[in-house]
Design a protein around this ligand. Structure first.
Ligand SMILES: Cc1cc2nc3c(=O)[nH]c(=O)nc-3n(C[C@H](O)[C@H](O)[C@H](O)COP(=O)(O)OP(=O)(O)OC[C@H]3O[C@@H](n4cnc5c(N)ncnc54)[C@H](O)[C@@H]3O)c2cc1C
Length: 393
C-alpha cells in the first residue's frame, strides 16, 4: 500500500494526527478488531510537532494520583511493546528531583510516593555527590531520588508504533492533511486538502498543537496555548559518564520554572531545557532560537552539571500545547458523541501514550476508562469552575 492511498472509503474509526497520541490510539483501536484510518499531515516521525526527539522521561513523581496510576499502567504497556518488537523501548535511569531543603515540592512528592508505596530516597551533601557525580547540589539543597523512572526512546517508539499499526491492518496515510471534518449522528465525513475524502463511524482528533482550529470549527470553546520550547544537547567534558543508566533524569525546582536534564541516549549529549518557558506561537510559525532562553539553559548546565561543556552540540525546538490548568483534555465532543477530542498535553503526555490510547478508545465507545479521568473532562472549562493549574513539571 502506498502511504497516500486508502483501501476503503468508510472506517469504523478515523484518527486524525499521527504523533504519539494518535498512533497509540490507532494501535488500541485496531487491536479491538476495528477498521481504522490514521491520517497524518507529515511523515510518521517529523520535527514540526511535539513527539520527536531521541528521548522522553517516564516517571512517577506527580502530585496527582491519576498520573501515578497512568505511569504504572504505561510502563506495563511499554514493556509489552518491547516484547512485541524484541528490543527495549526504554532504559531505567531513576530520577532526581532537586530543590532547596524543606521546599514544599519535596514534601508533596514524598507524600505521593509514600502513599503509592513507591520506593524513594532523600539525599543530600556528600551522599548525593558520591551517588551522582554528574550533578552539583548546593549545600542547603536536597534530592528525592525515585529509582523506577526511565527514558523512552521517543523517535524509535513512534516509528515502531507506526510499523505495528500498519502490520495490524490500520490504513495509515502520511503526507495527508485533513482540511475538513463534518460530524453527523451516524458518521463523520473527513476531507483532505487534496480533495480525497473518507467517512468514519467514529473519529478521534489528536492533532497536537494544531487542535485550536478544530475546536473552533467544531464549536468547542476551550483555549489552548501553544509554546515553542527550546532544548539543547550538552556534551560530556571529562570522564564522568552521562549515559542513561549512569546518570539519572533530573528535574530541578530551585527556580519557579523547573529546569530538567535527560541523560545521553541516542544522540550525543545530555538534553537540558527549562519547562514551560517557550514563546507563545502558532504551530506553523518559523523556528527562531530564543537567545535568552538558551543562555538560561547554558547557565543552568554550568551550575548543576559540572562535567558537561556549556557549549551545546545541538539546539532544538518542540511544541507544548498547554491547557489552562495543564491537565489533559480527553473527552467526547459535547454535541457529537462519536467524536473524541485529545488535546492539551501540556508538555507531559508522551510517557502515557498507550494509556491515552486506551482512555480515548473507551471514550469513543462510552465505556468506563481504565483510570479515573475526571481531571480530563471538557466540563471543567465551564465558566463557573475555578481551575487549579498544575504547578509541578
Ligand atoms: C521539549 C519537550 C520535552 C518533553 N518531554 C516530555 C517528557 O520527558 N515526558 C513526557 O511524557 N512528555 C514530554 N513532552 C510532551 C510530549 O512530547 C507531548 O505531550 C506529546 O508528544 C504530544 O503528542 P501529540 O500526539 O498530542 O502531538 P504531536 O506529536 O504534535 O502530534 C500531532 C500530529 O497531528 C498532526 N496533524 C495536525 N494537524 C493535522 C491535520 N490537519 N491533518 C493531519 N494531521 C495533522 C501533526 O502533523 C502531528 O504529527 C515533551 C514535549 C516537549 C516539547
Amino acid at each position: 500500500m502506498s502511504p497516500r492511498s486508502a483501501k476503503s472509503v468508510h472506517y469504523d474509526a478515523i484518527v486524525v494526527g499521527g504523533g504519539i497520541v494518535g498512533v497509540s490510539t490507532a494501535y488500541v483501536l485496531v487491536r479491538r478488531g476495528l477498521s481504522v484510518l490514521l491520517l497524518e499531515r507529515y511523515a510518521p516521525v517529523h520535527e514540526h510537532g511535539s513527539s520527536h526527539g531521541d528521548s522522553r522521561m517516564i516517571r512517577f513523581d506527580y502530585e496527582e494520583n491519576v498520573y501515578v496510576e497512568m505511569a504504572a499502567r504505561a510502563f506495563r504497556a511499554w514493556e509489552d511493546l518491547a516484547k512485541r518488537l524484541g528490543r527495549p523501548v526504554f532504559k531505567r535511569t531513576g530520577i532526581c528531583n532537586l530543590a532547596p531543603a524543606g521546599a514544599e515540592v519535596l514534601e508533596t512528592l514524598e507524600t505521593r510516593l509514600r502513599d503509592c508505596e513507591l520506593p524513594y530516597e532523600r539525599l543530600a551533601g556528600a551522599t548525593f555527590s558520591h551517588r551522582f557525580p554528574q550533578l552539583s547540589l548546593p549545600p542547603q539543597s536536597e534530592a528525592i531520588y525515585q529509582p523506577d523512572s526511565a527514558v523512552l526512546f521517543a523517535d524509535e517508539v513512534v516509528r515502531s508504533l507506526w510499523d505495528c499499526v500498519v502490520e495490524d491492518g490500520v490504513d495509515a496515510l502520511t503526507e495527508t492533511e485533513v482540511a475538513s471534518i463534518v460530524p453527523a449522528e451516524e458518521r463523520v465525513e473527513v476531507t483532505a486538502s487534496d480533495g480525497r475524502s473518507w467517512s468514519g463511524t467514529r473519529l478521534v482528533l489528536a492533532t497536537g498543537s494544531w487542535t485550536d482550529r478544530w475546536l473552533n470549527a467544531l464549536g468547542v470553546e476551550v483555549e489552548l496555548v501553544v509554546t515553542r520550547e527550546l532544548l539543547a544537547y550538552f556534551p560530556q567534558a571529562g570522564s564522568v559518564p552521562h549515559e542513561a543508566g549512569a546518570m539519572p533524569n533530573v528535574i530541578d525546582y530551585h527556580t519557579p520554572d523547573p529546569f530538567y536534564c535527560v541523560p545521553q541516549v541516542r544522540v550525543p549529549g545530555v538534553k537540558a531545557g527549562c519547562h514551560r518557558t517557550g514563546r507563545v506561537v502558532e504551530a506553523d510559525d518559523p523556528e527562531v532560537v530564543d537567545d535568552a532562553n538558551l543562555a538560561a539553559v547554558r547557565e543552568f548546565v554550568g551550575r548543576r552539571c559540572p562535567h558537561l561543556s556549556r557549549d551545546p552540540v545541538a539546539v532544538k525546538h518542540c511544541l507544548y500545547t498547554n491547557s489552562a490548568d495543564f491537565h489533559f483534555i480527553l473527552d467526547r465532543h459535547p454535541d457529537h458523541a462519536n467524536v473524541v477530542l485529545a488535546a492539551g498535553f501540556s508538555g507531559h503526555g508522551f510517557k502515557f501514550g498507550p494509556v491515552l490510547g486506551e482512555i480515548l478508545a473507551a471514550r469513543l465507545f462510552d465505556e468506563t476508562p481504565p483510570v479515573d479521568t475526571s481531571l480530563f473532562g471538557l466540563q471543567r472549562f465551564s465558566s463557573r469552575r475555578v481551575l487549579k493549574p498544575r504547578t509541578l513539571a
